[in-house]
Design a protein around this ligand. Sequence first.
Ligand code: HEC
Ligand code: HEC
Length: 393
Amino acid sequence: MKRRILEITITLLSISAVLILTGHSAAEDSRIQGGDTTSKSTEKTVEQVFKNIKVLNGMPQSKLYPTMRFMAASLGFQCGSCHVIRNGYIDAPADDKPEKQTARQMIKMVIELNKTSFQGNPTITCNTCHRGHRTPQSALLLPLPTPTPRTTGTLVAGPTDLSAGAPSADDVLKKYLVAIGGKAATDLITSCVVKGTTTTAIGQVVAYESEQLVPDKGHEAFSIPSDTGRPCTGDSRCEYARVINGQQGWLKSGAGVQELVGEQLADQKLSFVLFQILKLKDQYSSFHVSGRDKIDDRDVYTVNAVRSDNKVERLYFDIENGLLRRRISYMRTLIGIVPQQTDFEDYRETGGLKLPFTIRMSYADPGSIPITRKFAEIKLNVPVAESTFEKPR
Ligand code: HEC
Ligand code: HEC
């Protein structure tokens, strides 16, 4: 039982870390790699915020947790495999565990390798060698697998081969805009109110509400009941809220109110349909159709896109109906590229538009399960008070 509580605490810890800290800045990446930065970002570095940083120095603070989760996922570890857990809480600055010390050496090695052999890009990562295991396999295992007979004749085009007839990125975006209702219809949308459910970090399904104002205001809230089933009404410890208000944003949880910094803001918009779906093109500075793929047996075009904040994303558009099916954003850290995936499903007609009624977010975190929002209704152009988007208390 004690063990289970510990596991849940750790899961919650790492999930709230997911929710709180998912952000990055390309400008800051170039700073890490010694390049010039044109952005006057005010985000603090990890060593300014955390207590015992010896090798990740210079990295924007919002990348600390994604980096930790990336290491854990690459080794098949939990946070507690490298960090001391005391009374169910992680004592992250403590250096007691040999695994943490080894991890520091490994981080240094990876940074050095990438610097000297890969132009400073995070090409070699923990996952390159570890592949989900504590100890990488260095020796060849005998007997070797039986070689498959060589096929004769012409090579068949692979699934990602883009033969003649591939559309331009512009065509894919145009088809998408028509599919969700057309420019005239989407231009008329000013606000929405969403009601439905969301899953929590440990898989409970709870009521969810969200309000959004075009172009850049959003609020969402839900409550998580306690383990003991104690009712939650009036207990601020189990209330969660996220607010985006232009260039500012906050996350409210049982642990208090956190300010969202850096590109955390942009990433935190992923579950807001109006930002994600209606103004898709405005979010990117370049698009390029890169290939074809399949998701759940449906053919999709893959599009590589660069966000206005220079973050790289891959978008997946359904070839037949033109709708956006998936979006993966890639965060560069010192030791690897961390993906975050958002799936859009169950598109339905509402107020003349086609919007996804299920949004699923998956994180590179060994302890976490995908977070799924299911909407029962999306009401468009209903009045929403400006005060909804103030800093939560
Ligand atoms: C593979 C080992 C490893 C795993 C797994 C790991 N960490 Fe770490 N963690 C480290 C190392 C090493 C540092 C110190 C980095 C440095 O010195 O620059 C660190 C530092 C930290 C810090 C900063 C502590 C401080 O104040 O100095 C926090 C917070 C943290 N980790 C949280 C986590 C969480 C949460 C998880 C699980 C999602 C996790 N870590 C998983 C190795 C790990
Ligand atoms: C070039 C390959 C390579 C890369 C890249 C690499 N490792 Fe390792 N790592 C190894 C090998 C090999 C061992 C086993 C060493 C041994 O058994 O003596 C190991 C062992 C470890 C251990 C000790 C495991 C134990 O049994 O206690 C930790 C922790 C670890 N690595 C963390 C990391 C982290 C974190 C990263 C990314 C920052 C990383 N490694 C990247 C090859 C690599």
